[in-house]
Ligand binder design. Structure first.
Ligand code: ADP
Ligand code: MG
Length: 248
């Protein structure tokens, strides 16, 4: 953190939908190895910003830089190849397949030309890697279960496991605790902290309370604008932020 070049940066990015300005002129830097959280009330523009950061959406203005390189407007798959992985606000697993098969699909997508010449070795590696990821996201016990029978919290963990299959350097998570029970939420927050030990994490979250304890930096969006930015204690004491979060 600090003097190192940020892993990701936006310069004056904005996004409109027709005449509606969902996001206006956001400049921010995301430190390597840190957890940066993006918070704000519903409709603030968090998911729009998330989609711009992950390449799922093109900005209407401004630019996005990943590891010092301008990546504005590149197709989604290029973002994935560069080492950026994401899980969306909406759950997205293959419901009929087992937990382990879902993870393997994520890994299969990465089979290289070299690997095609050694299918047997590759197969063994795939199984080992899948099992490692299952253990990492806390789904080892649930590995044979059909994904649709998993609890909501487990499905979200599975999605993250699938996103990790590409060995991303940057992991983007949009409201990973949405719809979760307090117990599921606690497990997910613990997982995020664990994952952040080895990669950069950008976390979108509606509830400020959840991110105060785990974030290195927090950005607050409101009506498509960057309302505040700073450490958790700076943000918590910010008067404008207090007004927006009053009563929440
Ligand atoms: P958040 O994730 O903070 O709740 P969003 O980024 O999803 O907010 O949405 C910000 C605003 O942009 C909302 O008013 C939303 O209705 C609008 N918006 C988002 N996506 C679209 C879209 N594809 N078309 C039109 N309006 C959109
Ligand atoms: Mg959202």
């Amino acid at each position: 953190v600090s003097t190192e070049r940020p892993i990701l940066r936006t310069k004056g990015v904005g996004r409109t939908f027709g005449k509606f300005v969902a996001l206006n002129n956001i400049s921010a830097e995301f430190s390597k190895g840190a957890i940066t959280s993006i918070i704000g009330p519903n409709g603030a523009g968090k998911s729009t910003y998330f989609n711009l950061l992950s390449g799922a959406l093109r900005p209407s203005s401004g630019s996005v830089e990943f590891e010092g390189r301008d990546v504005t407007g590149l197709p989604q798959h290029r973002f994935a190849h560069m080492g950026i992985a994401k899980s969306f606000q909406i759950t997205n697993v293959f419901p009929q397949l087992s937990t382990r098969e879902n993870i393997r699909i994520g890994l299969q997508a990465l089979v290289s030309r070299y690997d095609m010449w050694r299918p047997r070795a590759r197969h063994t590696e795939l199984i080992e890697q899948a099992d490692e990821l299952l253990a990492l996201v806390g789904l080892w016990e649930a590995r044979e279960r059909t994904a649709k029978t998993l609890a909501h919290g487990e499905q979200r963990a599975l999605e993250i496991g699938m996103a990790l299959a590409s060995r991303p350097r940057l992991l983007l998570l949009d409201e990973p605790t949405a719809g979760m029970s307090p117990e599921e939420t606690r497990i997910m927050m613990d997982l995020i902290v664990k994952l952040a030990r080895e990669r950069t994490v950008i976390l979108v979250e509606h509830k400020m309370k959840l991110v105060l304890g785990i974030s290195d930096r927090i950005l607050v969006l409101h009506h498509g604008e960057l309302l505040a930015e700073g450490t958790p204690s700076e943000v918590r004491q910010n008067e404008a932020v207090k007004r927006v979060y009053l009563g929440q």
